[in-house]
Structures are given as C-alpha cells and as structure tokens.
Ligand binder design. Structure first.
Ligand code: ADP
Ligand code: RBF
Ligand code: MG
Length: 149
C-alpha cells in the first residue's frame, strides 16, 4: 500500500549540484534549487525514496531520490537529488523535473568509503526498480501530475 503520507509531488528546474562527479560513479543526480527543496513538507524524513520522474514533457521513468544532508559529505543545506533510472544521451540542466515520491526505502547513512556509498546506491537502484513494478505504484506512472501542464 502507498501510505497516506505519499505521494509527494515536486516540480522545479534542474540546477548544478555539488559537482562531485556522481556521473563518474554511474549515478548522476539531478538537483533542485533550495527554493524547491523548501516546498517539501517539513515532516519528510531524510532518506532514500523511490517513485517516478519526468524531464520536461518526456516519458515517465523510474527514479530513486536522496533527500537530506548526505552525512558522507556533511552538506550544510538539505538537498533533493534524483537519479532517473534511464540512460540519457545529454545533460538536462535548465529543464523542468517533476517527481512523484511514493515510498521510503531507507535512512541516510554515513559510509566508511566511497565504494561503500556507491554499493549502497546500486542496491537502492535495484530495490527501486523492483518496488516500482508493484501494481499499486505503477498506477502513479499515469498520474495527471505528469500529463497536465
Ligand atoms: P551535479 O553535481 O551538477 O548535480 P551530477 O554529476 O550529479 O552533477 O550530474 C547531474 C546531471 O546529469 C543532471 O543535472 C542531468 O543534467 C544529467 N543527467 C544525465 N543522466 C541523468 C540521470 N539518469 N539522472 C539524473 N541526472 C542525469
Ligand atoms: N549520501 C550519503 O551521505 N548517505 C547516503 O546514505 C546516501 N544515499 C544515497 C542514495 C541514492 C540513491 C543517491 C542517488 C544518493 C545518495 N547519497 C547519499 C548522496 C550522495 O552522497 C551524492 O549523490 C553524492 O554526490 C555522490 O557522489
Ligand atoms: Mg547531482
């Protein structure tokens, strides 16, 4: 079941993130500006979430998002970083990204090494792919949020 706390919808421009080369780790994350991050309900727990994502008026893809302060990097500001589970040919900075957040996967953690962080992210991607096959979550792929302008 999708809990009554979800879905959470976010929409905003994709901006430059921390430039830590997430892309080199095979996991680019599209970042929102702080203004968009601030529109999240204050009761959202930092952590890793799965749901659906759309870049401009493109197809709706599976996504996994990290919400929080990234203890591994000790960020000063809360961020929302979305990894869209799709291979894009080009960057899409400046585009509008819509996300529909459906389920909490785990809390944010600190890691001993970058390798451990990358392994956890890989596992999150695999878990999200599987979860989003559930009929209950599939329904939101067709949500009006993505198809009304
Ligand atoms: P930054 O630190 O600027 O966020 P990243 O290394 O995290 O840089 O790369 C993020 C950028 O990569 C996104 O803003 C987007 O333009 C691009 N990108 C390409 N493919 C994806 C994807 N599958 N998911 C998210 N962003 C992607
Ligand atoms: N950062 C953390 O410090 N702890 C985490 O548990 C964590 N989990 C993440 C899970 C996913 C699916 C993604 C996309 C990012 C996560 N991050 C986490 C953020 C990560 O530190 C950030 O994307 C870096 O920029 C990667 O180089
Ligand atoms: Mg990023």
């Amino acid at each position: 079941m999708v809990s009554s706390f979800f879905p959470i919808y976010l929409e905003g421009e994709v901006v430059k993130g921390f430039g830590r080369g997430s892309k080199d780790l095979d996991c680019p994350t599209a970042n929102y500006s702080l203004d968009v991050v601030k529109t999240l309900p204050s009761s959202v727990e930092p952590g890793v979430y799965c749901g659906w994502a759309q870049v401009d008026a493109g197809p709706v893809y599976k996504m996994v998002a990290n919400i929080g302060w990234c203890p591994f990097y000790q960020n000063k500001e809360m961020s929302v970083e979305t990894h869209v589970i799709h291979k894009f040919d080009n960057d899409f900075y400046g585009s509008t990204l819509k996300i529909c957040i459906l389920e909490y996967l785990r809390g944010e953690k600190n890691f001993e090494s970058l390798d451990d962080l990358v392994a956890a992210i890989k596992q999150d991607i695999a878990n999200s792919k599987e979860k989003l096959e559930e009929a209950e979550l599939q329904k939101f792929k067709k949500d009006l949020f993505f198809f009304s302008s």
